[in-house]
Design a protein around this ligand. Structure first.
Ligand SMILES: [Ca+2]
Length: 126
């Protein structure tokens, strides 16, 4: 989290998420939200999601995300409704650097078959 604040300069995380980051009155903690970006390094068009999004085509965000950060662990999927390859993370500055995980090659070693850039189609928080 410190890294994110550093990367984004003087902005604190709650101010980045703005009014969409609600605080739970019983725990004092904010809800989970994720800020997604069209380009790497948190650049380009952006949007904040604070609830599960089973189909990003509804928001015109399908296969567009190139970086993101969150205040909690987020589960991202290659296809809508949590189908396909899964990526679990709190932040990624450049999804081109992240392989689809552990595809077994002949002989048992793992191999990268593709990267996550412009591939995410659904988002879950739990
Ligand atoms: Ca993109």
């Amino acid at each position: 989290m410190k890294l994110l604040v550093a990367v984004l300069g003087l902005c604190s995380l709650p101010s980045i998420f703005g009014a969409q980051l609600r605080v739970n009155s019983s725990t004092g903690k904010g809800d989970c939200c994720v800020a997604v970006f069209e380009d790497i390094n948190y650049q380009g068009g952006s949007r904040v999601f604070c609830s599960n999004e089973e189909d990003l085509t509804r928001h015109n965000w399908n296969d567009k995300i190139s970086s993101f950060f969150s205040n909690c662990e987020v589960f991202m999927y290659e296809d809508v409704k949590g189908v396909g390859e899964e990526l679990v993370a709190t932040a990624k500055t450049d999804l081109r650097n992240d392989c689809f995980r552990n595809k077994k090659a002949r002989g048992g070693s793992t191999v990268c078959t593709d990267n996550w850039n412009d591939k995410i189609s659904s988002i879950y928080f739990d």
